[in-house]
Design a protein around this ligand. Sequence first.
Ligand code: GLA
Length: 387
Amino acid sequence: MKDIVLAKFAEVFGDTKEAKVYFAPGRVNLIGEHTDYNGGHVFPCALTIGTYGVARKREDNKLRFYSMNFEQLGIIESSLDDLKPYKEADWTNYPKGVMWAFGEKGMKVPSGMDILLNGNIPNGSGLSSSASVEVLTGHILRDLFGFEVSNQELALIGQFSENKFNGVNCGIMDQFAIAMGKKDNAIFLDTANLEFTYAPIMLEGAKIVISCSNKKRGLGDSKYNERRQECEDALAALQTVLDIKSLGELDEETFEKNAAVIGDEVKIRRARHAVYENQRTVKAVEALNANNVELFGKLMNASHDSLRDDYEVTGIELDTLVDEARKVDGVIGSRMTGAGFGGCTVSLVKDEAIDEFIEQVGKNYKEKIGYAADFYVVSVGDGPCTL
Ligand code: GLA
């Protein structure tokens, strides 16, 4: 990949003098969905697929961007003197947002850059291609200009840029999973205080299979911010009777005893998901640590059902992928991953069942939905690096 991106950089920007090559992963969340903005737990891991970038400094303030994933857009130009989001700036609003966020945090970017990207994560698929670009940009700025920022700070800056520059009220999960990724480990993160532990993903005789629905999802256009608001409303109502800072502080019993105060059937279901999903995530990690992969799979299934029925973020494409997956012998668990409304599912599949899984789920999905799904047998990888 290094050769491919360098060759393209030379073609697009003239030569590769002083250009360096970087990588940041994508992520998949194993369990703990829509809990990160509710002060709950998440359990994602970084992948070995992600975004490759080539970058070099310029003498002036100009920014020139080129993506091999959007070649039809050609070179998109901007300037450090104009770090504002524009619709026509398209994907470059993500790296620009990070440059703006560095400035807001007292690290003004001193000169322009030529930047080329090439991602092998399917875009808009729920594997965090945008957070990958954000963390990659932060890593590039740190490397090119010598800013002293930790990987955890890169995650926070990425989230800040997405919230304030790109207008998506996302939680910290994606940027954290990418910036803090560790080979063969998932990250058990408490989003209330950012305490985390690594948990080895040693799935004896099974693999993580991602099924991409090919239904595109744009977080900004989706109902993501609406769900977040519904949870905040439910929390505010619960706070009139309970001394809590977030839904993540509640166990199932305390929630059920007090849920009526929320006063709105839809918001009760949204909050129920957030509370139960958080508890499920804690139990799932305990199960995995105890080598009880079967229980982990059952909790994954319960997670999907709650996202479908209570949180209502799945849709026919993701539900079909999950229903078809669960029909295959050797599937330990299957659920949607990421924000939902399209994107991907994650399944734990026994090695001997993987071929049949891809064939059966692929065939039945195409028959029911009318277009094909894509499948990726993935490995868990490290955070950002310079190649
Ligand atoms: C998106 C957001 C995350 C998280 C998930 C849902 O990926 O970026 O912060 O809220 O959705 O779990």
